[in-house]
Write a protein that binds this ligand. Structure first.
Ligand SMILES: Nc1ncnc2c1ncn2[C@@H]1O[C@H](COP(=O)(O)OP(=O)(O)OP(=O)(O)O)[C@@H](O)[C@H]1O
Length: 237
């Protein structure tokens, strides 16, 4: 099992965001974490990454409880929703910095070519367009070889060509047996890529299942409509 979560609670001040999340994530599948704005998708992801400390509950990653155990983080690659790059360094310097920090084998050249980033390697990060920054973000996420990949809104700002490259890349990583978690508000991407849908609502996993199961449960034929209908059809997981 890749991730096991039991009774996860997290509140910020009076705002109870996660209210007892139970979740099992199996190896080798693509999971889409969905839910309305503010439903706690990023909070859930950050809890798995150890960047948010839960108030209650247990999380195990790759069969190891993560509490007070930071080493598991080396087994996860994470693409943050908003990458805060240092503005004054060049793309190639950033890539080398991250490589030095991780000190693991990496395949950045392949990825730089895939996303056509060669002309930008000597440019400062602050001068790049949003989509180009996101391509750099993707290179940094995929250049190492880890069993678990977490992508928070990975398609933001990408042009159609880059989007196709990203989807191919995700499929290639899945074929290697990796587990991939994705959040996205673009239902077309989710429908194309996800094996399993996790729908967060009011602090809990409201639905967990395949797209086929979701369509059946909501009595819809269209995935986007099924997602929209999910909360009105009593689909509690
Ligand atoms: N560090 C924080 N301090 C205070 N409140 C926070 C913090 N992080 C998140 N929240 C609050 O927790 C709730 C859930 O936020 P989160 O970012 O997890 O939602 P989300 O489902 O990822 O949303 P979106 O779809 O808009 O990205 C929001 O109400 C947010 O304001």
């Amino acid at each position: 099992m890749t991730i096991e979560i039991n009774n996860l609670h997290k509140q910020f001040g009076k705002n109870q965001v996660l209210k007892g999340v139970d979740l099992t994530i199996d190896q080798g599948q693509i999971y889409a974490i969905l839910g309305p704005n503010g439903s706690g998708k990023t909070t859930l992801i950050k809890s798995i990454l150890g960047m948010v400390i839960p108030d209650e509950g247990l999380i195990s990653v790759l069969d190891t409880p993560i509490k007070k155990n930071w080493k598991y983080r080396k087994k996860i690659d994470y693409l943050p929703q908003i990458a805060n790059f240092p503005p004054n360094i060049k793309v190639k310097e950033l890539i080398h910095m991250i490589k030095d920090l991780r000190n693991s084998p990496s395949c950045e050249d392949e990825l730089i070519a895939l996303f056509g980033l060669e002309p930008f390697l000597n440019k400062k990060l602050s001068t790049l367009s949003g989509g180009t920054k996101q391509k750099v973000n993707i290179v940094l996420t995929f250049m190492f070889d880890t069993p678990l990949i977490i992508l928070d809104e990975p398609t933001t700002g990408l042009d159609p060509k880059a989007l196709i490259s990203l989807k191919d890349l995700i499929r290639k990583e899945k074929a290697k047996g990796k587990t991939i978690l994705i959040t996205s508000h673009i239902m077309q991407i989710v429908e194309e890529m996800a094996d399993e849908i996790l729908y967060l609502l009011e602090g809990e996993i409201y639905f967990k299942g395949s797209i086929k199961e979701l369509l059946k449960r909501t009595e819809q034929t269209n995935f986007e409509h099924a997602i929209a209908a999910i909360t009105t059809t009593g689909s509690h997981a």
